[in-house]
Write a protein that binds this ligand. Structure first.
Ligand code: DQA
Length: 144
């Protein structure tokens, strides 16, 4: 099973950015964590990070016919972008949304996610572990 892990704007700043919210581990450490989890589950993981909405749309479109699942942390675009869920709908690849922090207990403008409308599950507030949960959900879906 092939899974694309997409991380949106400012997640490349993990470890530096608001560590009291996002933790002290870096983006590279997140990739290392996800790589190990994926390996353990027998999943072939590839990674994409961008600070630009259009680049994320392009990455979703490029996954068409190549990927069996997508894990996406759209970051702030979860709350603003319609183009990203439109792209996910267009390719019809099972997708799980992850947020490191619990978006439901933060500022009101983070409570709603457009992306969640097209995802089979949204995992929020579990830190790096959320990515493990997302891969497990996709694996179960793939086995159906
Ligand atoms: C985030 C939550 C978003 O609200 C925020 O804009 C981010 C990160 C998270 O992982 O907790 O950049 O997606």
């Amino acid at each position: 099973m092939k899974v694309l892990i997409i991380n949106g704007p400012n997640l490349n700043m993990l470890g530096i950015r608001e560590p009291e919210i996002y933790g002290s581990k870096s983006y590279d450490e997140l990739l290392e964590f996800v790589r190990e989890v994926a390996f353990g589950l027998g999943i072939e993981a590839s990674f994409f990070q961008s600070n630009s909405e259009g680049d994320i749309v392009d990455a979703v479109q490029e996954a068409y016919g190549k990927m069996d699942g997508i894990v996406i942390n759209p970051a702030a675009y979860a709350h603003t972008s319609i183009a990203i869920p439109d792209a996910l709908k267009a390719v019809s690849i099972p997708t799980v949304e992850v947020h490191l922090s619990d978006i439901l207990t933060r500022e009101r403008y983070r409570h709603f996610s457009y992306t969640s409308e097209v995802c089979i599950k949204t995992i929020s507030g579990e830190g790096f572990e959320g990515y493990r949960g997302a891969l497990e959900v996709l694996l179960e879906e793939f086995k159906k």
